[in-house]
Design a protein around this ligand. Structure first.
Ligand code: ARG
Length: 432
């Protein structure tokens, strides 16, 4: 019977609820592991539900400390995003869920690793990359790739057939995923980018349902974050652990008008999708750390830092947490982040912006920046322009070969459409 043992990454949602029943039907001994990644749900009650559904064991394991130690500092310190708009979230939690599954499978003396991700999304990749990196000897089972259940409505029908009723009001339409960093909503009316989404309605439904929910307030209008080497350590002067700090910001600002992003993204699988991400802590901290980096890093370092944030975000998005590239990028990020200490006060409305920045290592000279008289030498700039022009441009501009003239009515080069002059003297191509 031991070859039929399996460890399921169980969330208590519609998919993994269906999967417990489906696995039991196929004779598996199901060990459900519910990983606490900061989702604010009644986890013991969900474990109880797994047992009622037929799981042999169901247990909670806490991955929050590991997430706060091994990934979140760099996500925050780099202001990492995917494609510039998605502040990540789901991608951060999956490797830690997989790691706990593997740990349990090894304790059981080997077991099949089961996840509830579909064949369309990124999560299957994140789970299965992690399984391969950590336990290549274990078999992997992804029910979505083998069963004949077609979608969310089919799952509900399947469960009803097995006498299992539930509250599917929200999960019927939406695929939700919550952890300490964000809450994501995909599916239903969000799927079609040409359709207007009633964001307020979706937010209300989601926020009502989650225990961590909303107190209706938008929080204070300013927030001061203290950073030490790129990592936030205090909020409004109060020192907090990273977990407390992020949870506090997410609670306080979850219903703020700027707390969410509606994002169209290119999944690693090639599928385009649209999702609503509720991530106030991520947005606020990103604004703050970027301001600190702009103040503290020299230009070449800042440019590299921005690139690192993109690469680190994309690498996590693709599920490459257990990899050499993650370790390498973090080492480079740590080197940049050592300069990022100080206080940033963010004003939050109408949109978050860094109002004051007190950086310990500011490369900022009032004497240089001022429009007033100072001992800055304006003459130096003349030489700077001559030498820079010489290396970056290097020859007079030939209007004839560039399709136009700066004056209206000039004769364009042959074969080139006449340019239209616009106020300010910029050249724009004439309309076709
Ligand atoms: N599109 C996001 C990502 O790939 C969110 C995925 C949410 N997953 C879910 N099972 N609802 O990271």
């Amino acid at each position: 019977m031991s070859d039929k043992k399996c460890v399921l990454a169980y969330s208590g949602g519609l998919d993994t609820t269906t999967i417990v029943v489906w696995l039991r039907e196929r004779g598996y001994e199901v060990h459900a592991v519910l990983i606490d990644v900061g989702q604010e749900e009644d986890l013991p009650a969900l474990c109880e539900k797994a047992l009622q559904l037929g799981a042999k064991t169901a247990e909670i394991r806490d991955a929050r400390p590991a997430m706060c130690q091994h990934v979140l500092p760099w996500v925050i310190g780099l202001g990492a995003t995917y494609e510039g708009t998605y502040h990540l979230g789901t991608a951060l939690a999956r490797p830690f869920i997989a790691a706990e599954q593997v740990r349990l499978a090894k304790q059981l003396g080997g077991a099949t690793l089961v996840h509830g991700a579909t064949g369309k999304g990124n999560d299957q990749i994140r789970f299965e990359f992690a399984y391969r990196s950590l336990a290549p000897e274990c078999e992997v089972l992804a029910p979505w790739k083998v069963w004949d259940i077609g979608g969310r409505s089919d799952m509900i029908a399947y469960l009803r057939k097995h006498g299992i009723e539930g509250d599917y009001a929200l999960t019927k339409d939406f695929s939700l995923d919550e952890n300490l960093w964000h809450l994501s909503v995909e599916g239903g009316p969000l799927e079609d980018p040409s359709a207007t989404v009633r964001i307020e309605e979706v937010l209300k439904g989601v926020n009502d349902r989650f225990a961590g929910g909303v107190n209706g307030s938008h929080g204070e209008l300013t927030a001061t974050i203290t950073f030490e080497q790129g990592v936030p350590v205090a909020y409004n002067g109060e020192r907090l652990s990273l977990l407390e700090l992020v949870a506090t910001l997410n609670h306080e600002y979850r219903s703020a008008p700027w707390a969410w992003d509606l994002v169209i993204e290119n999944r690693f699988t090639g599928v385009k999708s649209r999702g609503l991400y509720i991530n106030p802590a991520a947005k606020l901290l990103h604004v703050a750390i970027d301001a600190l980096a702009r103040t503290s890093l020299n230009k070449p370092t800042y440019d590299q830092y921005v690139e690192l944030g993109k690469q680190y975000g994309a690498m996590l998005y693709r599920g490459e947490f257990f990899s050499d590239q993650r370790v390498m990028l973090q080492a480079a990020a740590t080197a940049a982040m050592q300069h990022l200490s100080g206080d940033v006060t963010v004003h939050l409305e109408p949109v978050p912006y860094a109002a004051t920045i007190n950086a310990d290592a500011a490369i900022f000279s009032k004497n240089v920046a001022t429009f007033e008289k100072s001992d800055f030498s304006h003459q130096d700039a003349a030489g700077f322009i001559r030498l820079t022009w010489m290396t970056s441009i290097g020859k007079p501009f030939a209007e004839e070969t560039h399709g136009g003239t700066l004056e209206t009515g000039g004769k364009p080069a042959s074969g080139v459409r006449k340019a239209k002059s616009v106020p300010g003297g910029r050249l724009v191509p004439a309309a076709v």
